[in-house]
Design a protein around this ligand. Structure first.
Ligand code: UGA
Length: 437
């Protein structure tokens, strides 16, 4: 069996590398020449724990890389589309990339005898596979879905920072397809690919698309919910959001995951998917009160942090503020929709002097702020002379900081938005987000 993976971002490159590592005959495709060159030399275009070794191993086996999709369409049995579906300014999903690739695939299929199964792993709004994608493929190839090629919606659930584990052992495989034969083939493929037995849901394409959005939107809802309760705790002395989260998380109907209060959710998925689902509901005349509230709560969470900073340093102008953690989550260098970036933008408007530290995301942050802020490789350099330290991303190294490391601060104010610091308040004004004082 020959496999093609088109689009080498987090999902595509992780999947192609693991396939190659497991000995599958796999071709990875990306139009970005520089990226392909770097991947060929075993270098990842982003930071993802454990992936570099998997990639290097795969390159010694049967993973090949190219900028050209021709060979993939002509030779592969399974073609996975793992292309980005970014958000445009109105919150709508931008399908340009995936539709233009489908157009090319259709044109190649027109001349080819191959009957591949095309598998949409990219996140696409409900009805995209059955409408735009199917139409473009059928029109350009002059072949019918089910006959000339298979078409499956197979959403991905991997998390950045855990991409390798999640690809090997996902909690679920969703196969959205109208042809039983193709669905069975993909189910058999995954049964061999995964390390252990994984639950499989077989449904139609549009339901599979909705499952992906419902999943991410529900996770976002949990976060906005716990953040709104956290803001209540903040106002009530003696209360602690982590105790509340722990208690409600014991109720099996609620579950204990995604109840960590913080600065709000970021990244390339949750913020985008909530907004795309709101836009999709609006287009279909469906009420989206709940998701609007989830989204608004997330935006406003930054204001809660600003309120806390103002409480400590009163006037933000010319105050030295240190941000610990820039990536949208730990174990990642990704700053897309990172709450830290939004916070820095707001503080710069108030003319604060910003110093930042992050174990992996300094370079990406420099591309946004240039010389408007100060970058530190060492945590201690970022802390020294600060009027207020704000911990934003829960990197493990921050949880190991002790009182002594904050000795050099100009004013010892610390706002811990994740409540991971292990310091006593001896001479330090420590404020944990979601703790009432
Ligand atoms: C998310 C989903 O978790 C994946 O299942 C999905 O495959 C992926 O989007 C996607 O659609 O591609 P990811 O964006 O990597 O994964 O990150 P998450 O682990 O979901 O975290 C998202 C944000 O929520 C982060 O900013 C994180 O700090 C925040 N978060 C998460 C909280 O503030 N509290 C929590 O309890 C959990």
């Amino acid at each position: 069996m020959k496999i093609g993976v088109i689009g080498l971002g987090f999902v595509g490159l992780t999947f192609a590398s693991i396939l190659g590592n497991k000995g599958y005959d796999v071709i990875g495709v990306d139009t970005n020449k520089i990226k392909i060159k770097s991947i060929k030399s075993g270098k990842l275009p982003f930071y993802e724990p454990k992936l570099e070794n998997v990639l290097k191993n795969a390159l010694t086996k049967k993973l090949s890389l190219t900028e050209n999709i021709e060979k993939v369409v002509e030779k592969c049995d399974l073609i996975f589309l793992t292309l980005g579906t970014p958000m445009n300014k109105n919150g709508n999903i931008d399908l340009k990339i995936i539709l233009s690739v489908c157009k090319k695939i259709g044109e190649i299929l027109f001349k080819s005898k191959n009957r591949p199964i095309i598998i949409i792993k990219s996140t696409v709004i409900p009805t995209t596979t059955n409408n735009q994608i199917k139409k473009i493929l059928e029109k350009k190839s002059n072949k019918k879905v089910g006959k000339g090629f298979g078409l499956i919606t197979n959403p991905e659930f991997l998390r950045e920072g855990k991409a390798v584990e999640d690809t090997l052992n996902p909690h679920l495989v969703v196969i959205g397809c109208n042809e039983k034969y193709d669905a069975k083939k993909l189910e058999e493929f995954y049964a061999k690919f995964h390390n252990q037995k994984i639950s499989v849901i077989i449904t139609n394409n549009t339901t599979a698309e909705i499952i992906k959005y419902a999943n991410n939107s529900f996770l976002a809802t949990k976060i906005s919910f716990i953040n709104s309760i956290s803001n209540l705790c903040q106002t009530l002395p003696g209360t602690n959001i982590d105790e509340v989260a722990k208690a409600i998380g014991i109720d099996p109907r609620i579950g204990n995951q995604f109840l960590n209060a913080g600065p709000g959710y970021g990244g390339s998925c949750l913020p985008k998917d909530v907004q795309a689902l709101i836009a999709c509901q609006k287009n279909l005349g469906v009420e989206s009160t709940l998701l609007n509230a989830v989204h608004q709560t997330n935006i406003l969470q930054i204001e809660e942090i600003i309120k806390l900073i103002k409480k400590t340093v009163i006037n933000l102008k010319n105050k030295r503020i240190t941000i610990l953690g820039l990536s949208f989550k730990e174990e990642s260098d990704d700053i897309r929709e990172s709450r830290s970036i939004k916070l820095i933008q707001k503080l710069l408007k108030k003319q604060s002097k910003i110093t930042v530290h992050d174990p992996k995301a300094l370079e990406n942050t420099q591309l946004i702020f240039g010389n408007k802020i100060t970058y530190c490789e060492k945590i201690i350099d970022a802390i020294d002379n600060s009027d207020c330290v704000i911990l934003m991303t829960p990197w493990e190294q921050y949880s190991k900081l002790q009182n002594i490391e904050f000795e050099g601060m100009r004013k010892k104010n610390i706002i811990d938005t994740r409540r991971i610091l292990n310091i006593d308040d001896n001479g330090i004004n420590y404020i944990g987000l979601g703790i009432g004082y």
